[in-house]
Design a protein around this ligand. Structure first.
Ligand SMILES: Cc1cc2nc3c(=O)[nH]c(=O)nc-3n(C[C@H](O)[C@H](O)[C@H](O)COP(=O)(O)OP(=O)(O)OC[C@H]3O[C@@H](n4cnc5c(N)ncnc54)[C@H](O)[C@@H]3O)c2cc1C
Length: 489
């Protein structure tokens, strides 16, 4: 297949989706090429979900600027797109005088970056705010502007909005090669064919430097830094209201204990440099490091409530700052590379700024009208009894509970599959609806979810995957199995 577009974006993580949504406001054809089978399959699905207030990044860096701007855009954007977001505040805790010095530095950095409300609390005040904290705490930086968000739900909403406004998302299309054409355009080769575009935008996360190095003579070096996590089951009441960080190091922001927007608790991440940018394995060593550090913050931690573990890969450039904008010597090629933390917090700002640069380069005019993203109904899990009764009356498939752990209904699963960028795998449905996110991790609901996807898409059940690629759930039907055996006899 050969296609042409004004703009081609590589990667549908939070950065690619934010850029795509902003560009959908202009009169231009936009294609997003994604290696995986869904949006948010890279770092965007596996991070701490914190919208950082901006005290950690060094003043004057792009990380600091995009973090502050992006974080300020989150509340309105989440409201508009119906994405869960909560300004829960954070504490950065210290256990000794060395930590106090780090915390004083963070306070100074945060003030220089313009973060509001920062103050250093002494032990008793920190324990009054978060009684589950270790009594060994000496002091804490209080960060009232820190917030939590569902990172992948944000990316899905941005992608849906972009798709509704004309952006075309193409999945399972890994970009294998990129080159500049003599006429000033770019050619991109994927497993499915080739695309030619006037502007190429690299939002390829952990592959960002590799794509950059194919086009530019200025070499970039990227380190892939894995972070492993524990996810604990929902708890009511939550032991912590705020996100609690330990002091950061040069490798990362420090191990945290945080509530999620859905009421789970997250512990992690580690920071280990690895060779393979796709190696999202968890390891016994990594997970025990998380537990040991989390126990230090929260001595009451019980591992019995652990429901899953996962890891994500930070795309760390040796230059230690984001690269956002046009690339010298490559007219028409733009990039957002090295978007490690605080990349989630920064995404709305990077999207707005990068799209503005591209629009100016192409002299694009703005569309007169945009299609607003329809409001999604409240999750059945969160409805009152009266709301549930009304929902079931209007659509009886609300009366079919598919996921018992998270109370997700058939109606919600069908709606997720029908979204503008729909869910066609078990994990795609899971992240959009929470079916399979609970304590049994899909043990009960997975077959039913697969059957609903098959019904909605018209695909045979054997084609439904856990998460794209070769992750099929079934290898065949009993009748085809019998036939194969007969053929072999
Ligand atoms: C452990 C960890 C914790 C973090 N915590 C936070 C946090 O709390 N707050 C915060 O602000 N930030 C946090 N971050 C950073 C944040 O997750 C990232 O900055 C953000 O998700 C980056 O988004 P992205 O779209 O640039 O990259 P990604 O999400 O990695 O997306 C890149 C996309 O490009 C696709 N792709 C790659 N190569 C190709 C190719 N050749 N062809 C086609 N597609 C391709 C990938 O499949 C992927 O979907 C954390 C990161 C990690 C790893």
């Amino acid at each position: 297949m050969r296609s042409e577009s004004d703009i081609l974006i590589i990667g549908s993580g939070i950065t690619g989706c934010a850029v795509a949504r902003e560009l959908s406001r202009y009169n231009a054809s936009v294609i997003v090429l994604e290696r995986e089978s869904d949006v948010a399959e890279g770092a965007t699905k596996a991070n701490s979900g914190i919208v950082h207030a901006g005290y950690d990044a060094f003043p004057g860096t792009r990380k600091a600027r995009y973090n502050i701007l992006g974080a300020s855009m989150y509340p309105a954007l989440c409201k508009e797109l119906g994405v869960p977001y909560r300004r829960n505040g954070a504490l950065v805790i210290g256990f000794d005088e060395a930590d106090r010095a780090t915390i004083e530095n963070l306070l100074a950095r945060g003030k220089a970056n313009g973060v509001r409300g920062l103050e250093i609390l002494e032990r008793d005040e920190a324990l009054r705010l978060e009684p589950a904290l270790s009594p060994d705490v000496l002091c804490a930086l209080s960060v009232p502007e820190s917030a939590i968000v569902s990172p992948y739900e944000m990316a899905f909403a941005l992608a849906d909005d972009a798709a509704l406004n004309g952006v075309s998302f193409r999945f399972n299309e890994p970009v294998r090669d990129v080159s500049a054409l003599p006429d000033g355009r770019y050619a991109v080769v994927t497993d499915a064919g080739s695309c030619v575009c006037r502007v190429l935008i690299n939002c390829a996360g952990a592959s960002g430097a590799e794509i950059h190095n194919r086009l530019s003579s200025e070499r970039l070096e990227m380190v892939h830094r894995r972070g492993q996590y524990y996810l604990l089951d929902r708890a009511d009441p939550q032991p912590f209201t705020r996100t609690v960080f330990q002091c950061p190091s040069v490798m990362g922001k420090g191990v945290l204990v945080t509530p999620t927007v859905h009421g789970n608790l997250l512990l992690g991440p580690t920071a280990e440099d690895i060779d393979d940018p796709l190696d999202t394995a968890t390891t016994a060593g990594g997970l025990s490091e998380v537990l040991a550090k989390a126990f230090r913050t929260w001595p009451g931690l019980s591992v019995r409530s652990n429901i899953t573990n996962f890891s994500g890969i930070r795309a760390h450039l040796t230059g230690d700052d984001f690269i956002v904008g046009p690339c010298d010597g490559c007219p028409g090629y733009f990039e957002a590379i090295g978007i490690e933390s605080p990349g989630l917090s920064s995404a709305p700002a990077i999207g707005a700024e990068l799209s503005g640069m591209v629009a100016a380069w192409l002299h694009l005019s703005r569309k007169e009208k945009t299609v607003p993203l329809p409001r999604r109904p409240k999750p059945f899990h969160d409805m009152t009894d009266e709301e549930r009764a009304r929902a079931v009356q209007a659509d009886p498939s609300y009366g079919q509970i598919v996921c018992r752990c998270e109370t997700v209904t058939e109606a919600e699963i069908r709606a997720a599959i029908r979204r503008p960028v729909g869910a066609y795998s078990i994990d795609a449905v899971k992240r959009r609806t929470r079916a399979g996110m609970g304590r049994c991790q899909g043990g009960f609901c997975m077959p039913r979810v697969a059957a609903i996807i098959a019904e909605e898409t018209g695909l045979p059940l054997q084609e439904i995957t856990k998460n794209g690629g070769a992750s099929r759930l079934l290898s065949g039907t009993l009748s085809s199995f019998g036939k194969e055996n007969a053929d072999h006899e």
